[in-house]
Write a protein that binds this ligand. Sequence first.
Ligand code: UGA
Length: 546
Amino acid sequence: RTESIRNICVVGAGYVGGPTAAVLALHHPTITVEVLDKDPSRIQRWESPHLPVHEPGLDTVVRIVRDGAEMTEETILSLSSVPTKRRQNLFFTCESAKSIARADIILMAVNTPTKTFGIGAGCATNMTVFDGAMREVATHAKPGAIIVEKSTVPGGTAERVRKMLSTLRPGVPFEVLSNPEFLAEGSAVKNLTTPDRILIGSAPTPSGRQAAQTLTNLYAAWVPRDRILETNAWSSELAKLVANAMLAQRISSINAISAICEKTGANVNEISDAIGRDVRIGPQFLKAGLGWGGSCFRKDIASICWICESLGLSEEAHYWRQITVINERQRQRFARRVIDRFDGNLVGRKLAILGFAFKKNTGDTRESLAVDVIRMLLEERPAEITIFDPYCREEDILRELEPAIAQVPHGDMSIVKIHADPYLACSHAHAVLVVTDCDQFRLSKRSSMRSDLDSVGGCDVTGTAHTGARSWTHAGVSYQLAPQAKCAGDCRDCHMILAPQSEAIEWPRIAYNMEEPKWVFDGRGVLDVGGLEKLGFRVDAVGRAN
Ligand code: UGA
């Protein structure tokens, strides 16, 4: 039962550890949750008003559990089933020995990247940080503590950890559980508060199952019990890898189809829509683009390949490896199309890259899709490549880019410039390449409803109040009110305005300042091709024959 749990220690104050600890603390005010990290600056950031992880809703949760902030009516409503009787119960610390020794449950949430050296380089998981943290846990944990793998680890790790513990602390009882995280960046708090499922893998022994029950009870405070699955540890560890591999496989499958579309008359977006309506297939993760990026898919597929190879399953390893091969091909084909549109000669051309993060609405540059594209374009020695991303920090972009540019013969970093202003980035460019599906990059065309506004002044994207007309043109772009919009001719009354577009890119302005031939390459298939063409752009979009 959870009454016996007083202290939880989360090892690793990263993307997984921080939000997981905060949500656990939120649902269990009687339990003290401590997040442990070796890096004092990271701990300081978690203790400051500016958290090191930006996730919608996370600030609110942290303010409640870390600072003891009052829960407003709004938060009570949005965080339903959260106990309102509260105390401060989330803490961040570098004092590992004390924190581990106090804990009834220890969650391991340290990073487990792909190995870059020795046997299994590029495939196997680098367990150095995990093993180091485990040794510390083994030294200080109290007898009976439950140790939980949150980090993504190779199958069989729980078994290996059990052996490690029995060597370092012979005769001391510990249980090791696998409880992988399924958080996606940008929706971590939502994934934690309303998970599709919680997976708990344990040893097939009475004490193993009892430990799994304890963790189940902890989650059951807010997760319906039928969403909590108990399995053996191997299944749980492998299921995490398989979930990511299957998502990546769907994207690679549709991307392989996009290659057919580009050579025929088919449109990949229409195909995704058509097949996604089959309930057996479903619509998610069928968006063709430049491939999948991010820190997880590549590493988890590599890990599956390594498992297959270690088991002598070379055909199966080959199957999974192809998913990564197709993923890389997608970027090669895209860069090739850009080069071909300039008759194979980029010398003297300026190319602007919009988007550097691995997916929309995040500043995470790890496994950025832009890196490969930029590397391939640089080989053609353009005059300049500029980059704009509304979310990424310059230092993060440079960290990802510099090693890639170093591989290019005569690769010159001074050709690449990072801009904080999209119009400067695109000014005098011969081509704009949309690499991330950021909402800001879409051509704003349709109106949207804002019922939350009482009064609205001058309102549309053009900055001029509309006049009651249901459609109008500004700078060559057609705007139309949504059919349900009731416009009384005075925006102060109608409550219907175009979506606030202050941050949205003004494509007419970009068109005005670009050089012929004004190409827009849509690497995410998210732009309104017809609308852009009306503005005088030539448009080439992924998955379409143009
Ligand atoms: C992914 C999984 O979605 C999470 O469930 C998992 O917990 C997480 O990895 C992890 O293992 O930590 P994340 O990497 O944040 O989450 O990103 P996704 O939203 O899955 O997107 C991955 C990549 O696929 C992005 O580059 C995205 O732009 C791309 N993508 C996604 C497509 O190209 N097409 C799609 O239809 C969907």
